[in-house]
Design a protein around this ligand. Structure first.
Ligand code: SF4
Length: 360
């Protein structure tokens, strides 16, 4: 159908003096270029001949060079279109990865406004694989290839007995070594794109079709790390939320170790981590005492009347703000208290957010 439909659209557009192409170039509709450009088409061919006389750059698209009279433009029905490829993805998988497969390529994520939250990794790199659209495209292709290879991406790894864990470790270690030695797997390209995602979730909120990269990123990483070993930094960052309340009891010792040149060099070279934050030395208990902040227990909250509830705020702490950015918390508590609200703190519990992002 694509050929007769394209022919009819091209004819209608030309009849009304329009152009078939928008900002996306003439890629797969190149066969219509000679009709549209008419007597100017040879000039296009001259340009092509000057810069690409052997027709090596995107052959078959936009124009053929004079230098190769047998070269021809690709017809629209000669290549597989994205929809045809996407339709080969199993429907169950499609539903499970809907946050990626529903990307319609509108490109709202190619946003250059520094004051807009949309995709900091795209703004920082200007590389399309580091945009929500790029990541969604890579995941769709990866899902298609997994299906082609008979891999069921919906099988969860779950908890395993010790023997299976040992075997799995050995297998993952062997795969990782093979990868280091140059063995190809498209999963590594997808991994590279996912590794640059900050999991800020701006895409989930601002994309018109709600492409949610952190959602499918963690599913992908779960499967990827069932085949390949995790990097050391995943374990360091993932465990920090649990260990930091204990480490914070000796902040000077922790800061002395983490801030030392030797440890920083080790983290940078071995774990790929730079600028590891130091613990704040501000005494949070003093802040709480000063502004009469209390722990929000069920009994205490139940005892509040309606008017008191309306003037109460419960602060839920995450480990990183609590221990590394304590002055920010202190300022917030002071502001809210001066506005006339009572501040309560929810008992601290690790939220495992870093573990979720890394699909532990
Ligand atoms: S979650 Fe990742 S892909 Fe989505 S906007 Fe943030 S950095 Fe970009």
């Amino acid at each position: 159908m694509i050929q007769p439909i394209s022919d009819a659209v091209a004819e209608l557009t030309q009849k009304h003096g329009g152009l078939l192409w928008g900002e996306h170039g003439k890629g797969l509709r190149s066969q219509y270029v000679p009709d549209y450009f008419g007597e100017l088409y040879p000039a296009l061919q001259e340009l092509k001949s000057a810069f690409d006389p052997y027709n090596q750059l995107n052959p078959g698209k936009i124009a053929t060079p004079h230098t190769l009279p047998d070269a021809r433009l690709t017809r629209v029905d000669e290549v597989a279109l994205r929809g045809e490829l996407d339709r080969t993805i199993d429907e169950r998988v499609w539903l499970h990865y809907d946050a990626a497969v529903h990307c319609n390529g509108n490109g709202a994520c190619y946003n250059f406004d520094p004051d807009d939250a949309m995709c900091p990794s795209w703004k920082g790199t200007r590389n399309r694989i580091h945009s929500p659209k790029g990541r969604a495209s890579l995941i769709r292709e990866w899902l298609r290839l997994q299906g082609q290879q008979g891999v069921d991406v919906l099988v969860s790894q779950g908890a395993r007995p010790l023997a299976a864990t040992v075997i799995s470790f050995a297998r993952r270690a062997a795969n990782t070594v093979a990868h280091k030695m140059g063995q190809k797997d498209f999963s590594h390209e997808v991994y590279e794109a996912m590794a640059g995602c900050l999991a800020c979730k701006s895409c989930a909120g601002q994309c018109p079709v709600k492409v949610n990269v952190p959602d499918f990123r963690s599913r992908f990483l779960e499967l990827y790390h069932s085949r390949y070993l995790r990097p050391l930094k995943d374990y360091l960052i993932g465990s920090l939320e649990y260990t930091i309340p204990y480490l914070a009891r000796v902040p000077h010792l922790y800061n002395g170790i983490i801030g030392s040149g030797m440890v920083r060099a080790f983290l940078r070279r071995v774990a790929g981590m730079v600028d590891s934050p130091l613990l704040s030395l501000l005494n949070f208990d003093d802040v709480c005492r000063r502004w009469k902040v209390r722990v929000a227990s069920p009994a205490l909250l139940e005892g509040l009347d309606e008017a008191q509830r309306k003037r109460s705020v419960i602060l839920v702490l995450d480990a990183f703000t609590r221990y590394f950015e304590t002055p920010l918390l202190a300022d917030w508590i002071e502001l809210i208290s001066r506005l006339g609200f009572e501040v309560y703190i929810a008992p601290f519990a690790a939220m495992a957010s870093r573990c979720r992002f890394r699909a532990f």
